[in-house]
Ligand binder design. Structure first.
Ligand code: GLU
Length: 304
């Protein structure tokens, strides 16, 4: 498969829609990003990189961090994790509070904000400085030592995190957060503020495409079964309240973020990451979703 030519074709085909959609503005620092960026990368299991456009420009990974904090929390807790967070699509916006009351403070899945706050709580219990542990984990997976979180983005989100604070206090009232809420919120906002580019993210997700083994180091990080489970959650819950439509259109496990990134994988083959900050109303990148849809249509590489 000539992935480089394919990416060039996708970028060319998408020119008319790049810049459409709305950049997330509820986190003030994110509102400053131009909607006209577009980057896309494919990294194959043998490490071969294909990239176009802004694929090497760092962006705010936002909710894509939830995928990696899930891997870390799963490593820490094993199956006990599922007593504190569910595995069903929520059918509600990512920052919704409504289900938490009916479901006694147990979030529907790890990829909505409430679920990721539970993951952050687990990491606060396990690590003295959880944001450094997550950054270190990302560096290991991506084989890139320059990864960092953006302090201005983290501060901007923390200053406006009223809704996440409400969720966190609510879950704490049910006993599903163990650490002080301000500490959990600090960690969560710093995880979301990690900056990475498409190439590094596509390389980092290879651990799932390669059934739990980091291809460039040979390190087994997860069992094959855990990699399968996390990939399944990406398919059913990874792209906000549009995960059904995304599976229908794209047919790959993926995790998106309001920074405009979408990270996907083709099991046994490659990681794919696209970034374009203009969002659809669902919160997924508009050009990014179309790019991945075109990718699977042209290559036939979906899981179905
Ligand atoms: N940091 C964002 C929030 O908590 C993440 C949102 C996202 O990318 O889905 O609202």
């Amino acid at each position: 498969m000539d992935y480089q030519a394919l990416l060039e074709q996708i970028q060319h085909q998408l020119q008319p829609v790049i810049g459409q959609g709305r950049v997330a503005s509820y986190i003030p620092e994110l509102a400053k990003v131009s909607p006209h960026h577009f980057g896309m990368a494919v990294v194959e299991l043998d490490g071969t990189v294909h990239a176009v456009g802004d694929a090497r420009v760092p962006f705010s990974i936002q909710s894509i961090s939830k995928l990696f904090t899930l891997l870390m929390a799963f490593q820490c807790e094993g199956d006990a994790l599922w007593q504190r967070v569910g595995r069903e699509p929520s059918g509600n916006p990512f920052n919704s509070l409504v289900q938490l009351e009916h479901e006694s403070g147990i979030p529907r899945n790890p990829f909505i904000n409430a679920g990721a706050l539970v993951l952050a709580d687990i990491l606060c219990t396990r690590f003295a400085v959880p944001e450094n542990a997550v950054v270190e984990f990302m560096r290991r997976l991506a084989g890139e030592k320059d990864i960092q979180y953006d302090r201005r983005v983290a501060r901007s989100e923390r200053d406006t995190a009223h809704r996440n604070a409400a969720m966190a206090y609510f879950m704490r009232s049910f006993g599903n957060l163990r650490n002080p809420v301000p500490q959990v919120l600090d960690a969560y906002c710093r995880h979301c503020a990690i900056e990475m580019n498409c190439v590094d993210l596509a390389r980092a997700v290879l651990v799932l495409a390669n059934r739990g083994v980091v291809p460039h180091s040979g390190e087994r990080l997860l069992s094959a079964s855990a990699a399968k489970r996390v990939s399944a959650l990406m398919l059913t819950c990874g792209t906000y309240d549009a995960a059904g439509d995304f599976a229908f259109r794209v047919g790959l496990p993926a995790k998106s973020g309001v920074g405009g990134g979408i990270l996907a994988l083709v099991p046994g083959e490659c990681g794919v990451c696209v970034w374009s900050p203009g969002l659809e109303p669902s919160g997924n990148s508009l050009a990014g979703s179309l790019a991945l849809e075109t990718f699977t249509t042209l290559t036939g590489r979906s899981i179905f």
